[in-house]
Design a binder for this molecule. Structure first.
Ligand code: NAI
Ligand code: MG
Length: 362
């Protein structure tokens, strides 16, 4: 069966790092006889320039019908003063909303070769491999009521943390399913000590664990503030961490910095499984469009390549090929080749395109 991949390179370094993914796609076609049907469209500022909107209905349709979407990055100073709906980010938000991408996967994996340049204690981060699963479409970033109101004669502002049972169940299931393919441990982070939604989150995750047939997975509960502390103190105690939208935003950024550069961090956003057994999915690097280095061949393509590896593993059931890409990334770094963002003394500076070639060679 044909595997359809929609590429939305976007702005700034987005197209540059996406070009390196094409090299891996070509390699898989020639060497592994795995052929992708690649579609491409514009998103963000590039789509605004061409069509006057950050995502056309046609591109949205392509995304809904693809097996996986590879998203580069959007944004740039020339678009900063556009209206709310024309902003480049609106293209990404529309994709997330209409594809209902409720589970954001942010792996934090250390690269041995980058450890010596790290300011963190090597014994704390060496061999780290954790996965943060953040609920992405509900919680306090979306809850109603929100905004300004008058209350007892005073102005006040409200955001509302809100979760339905289904919204918790589906993200918990993603976390348990992931843990089963990893080290079979899930830590659920909330603030059940001070938040009603925290109590409900904890209860619901426990129910999914018990009634969903996940008794092979070890579940623990951790208060979100303690989780932040534990991530810095001893991150290797964790395997999968599942948490809400707000805490996930913070905890995933903490976890990210345990591993090093923004140029090395992939992510996946998953939706529901449809009637054909296919899960909606979008893969993107954590970094943005990096206008300061765009067009100069300086971008590190690893975050994008590792995002593609996640697509191979989670959308195409090609875990062995995902392993190959990830091992090649580790191997390239071990040879001392570096883009500027991860440069350190005695290493060889190479360009975006040379980094892609080096991954293919490994
Ligand atoms: P950024 O992630 O684009 O860049 C932050 C810093 O990290 C810059 O100095 C950049 O050169 C460096 N950097 C980022 N990725 C790199 C890579 N692959 N290789 C080497 N160096 C890299 O974040 P910033 O500067 O806050 O935002 C720039 C633009 O990107 C803005 O328009 C922002 O709105 C947008 N943005 C888009 C995102 C997305 O598309 N998902 C996410 C974050 C920001
Ligand atoms: Mg964040």
């Amino acid at each position: 069966s044909n595997k359809t991949l929609l590429m939305l390179p976007g702005d700034g370094i987005g197209p540059e790092v996406c070009d390196e993914v094409r090299k891996v796609v070509d390699w898989m076609d020639k060497r592994r006889a795995v052929t992708f049907d690649i579609k491409e469209d514009k998103v963000g500022g590039a789509a605004y320039d061409a069509y006057g909107t950050p995502l056309t209905d046609d591109a949205m349709d392509k995304a809904q019908n693809a097996d996986a979407v590879l998203f580069g990055a959007v944004g740039g100073p020339q678009y900063d003063n556009l209206g709310w709906d024309a902003r480049p980010e609106a293209g990404l938000l529309r994709l997330r909303k209409e594809m209902d991408l409720f589970a954001n996967l942010r792996p934090a994996v250390t690269f041995d070769a980058l450890l010596e340049a790290s300011t963190l204690k090597p014994e704390v981060v060496q061999g780290l491999d954790i996965m943060i699963v953040r609920e992405l479409t509900a919680g306090v970033y979306f809850g109603e009521p929100r905004g300004m109101q008058m209350w007892e004669g005073k102005e006040r502002c409200i955001d509302t943390q809100s979760y339905t049972r289904d919204e918790i169940v589906r993200v918990a299931e993603v976390a348990f399913d992931l843990a089963r393919k990893r080290n079979k441990r899930v830590a659920s982070a909330e603030k059940a000590n001070v938040m009603k939604t925290g109590v409900f989150w904890r209860q619901t995750v426990a129910e999914v664990h018990k009634d969903g047939g996940y008794d092979d997975i070890e579940l623990s509960n951790v208060l979100a503030d303690n989780c932040a502390m534990q991530l810095v103190r001893n991150p290797k105690q964790f395997d999968v961490i599942v948490t809400d939208n707000l805490f996930g935003d913070l905890l995933s950024d903490v976890a990210a910095m345990l591993t090093g550069s923004l140029g090395m961090l992939p992510s996946a956003s998953l939706g529901a499984v449809d009637e054909f057994g296919r899960r909606k999915a979008l893969y993107e690097p954590v970094h943005g469009s990096a206008p300061d280095i765009a067009g100069q061949g300086k971008a590190n393509p690893m975050a994008m390549l590792l995002s593609f590896a996640m697509a191979l593993r989670y959308s195409f059931d090609l875990g062995d090929d995902a392993d190959l890409v990830e091992q090649a990334a580790q191997a390239v770094l071990s040879t001392g080749k570096r883009t500027l963002d991860i440069m350190s003394a005695g290493c060889e500076a190479i360009s975006t395109s040379q980094m892609g070639d080096a991954v293919i060679a490994e």
